[in-house]
Write a protein that binds this ligand. Structure first.
Ligand SMILES: [Zn+2]
Length: 61
């Protein structure tokens, strides 16, 4: 497995997440939690409709 994302490692947040309800990409992080195993779970809330989406991000080893 090659790491294709090594170029752009600036952004810790995943790109391209869209609100499943209104389709916008503007989220506000309301909750951040570290998961054992080296991941971070973030709960985001859509600024437009208030829909909450949970994302899990891997941290660099
Ligand atoms: Zn929305």
């Amino acid at each position: 497995m090659s790491d294709a994302t090594s170029k752009m490692k600036r952004e810790p947040e995943p790109r391209g997440i869209r609100c499943p309800r209104c389709g916008c990409g503007h989220f506000e992080v309301v909750y951040t939690r570290r998961i054992p195993g080296g991941a971070i779970r973030r709960r985001r809330e859509c600024r437009h409709c208030g829909r909450r989406v949970t994302t899990t991000e891997r941290m660099g080893a």
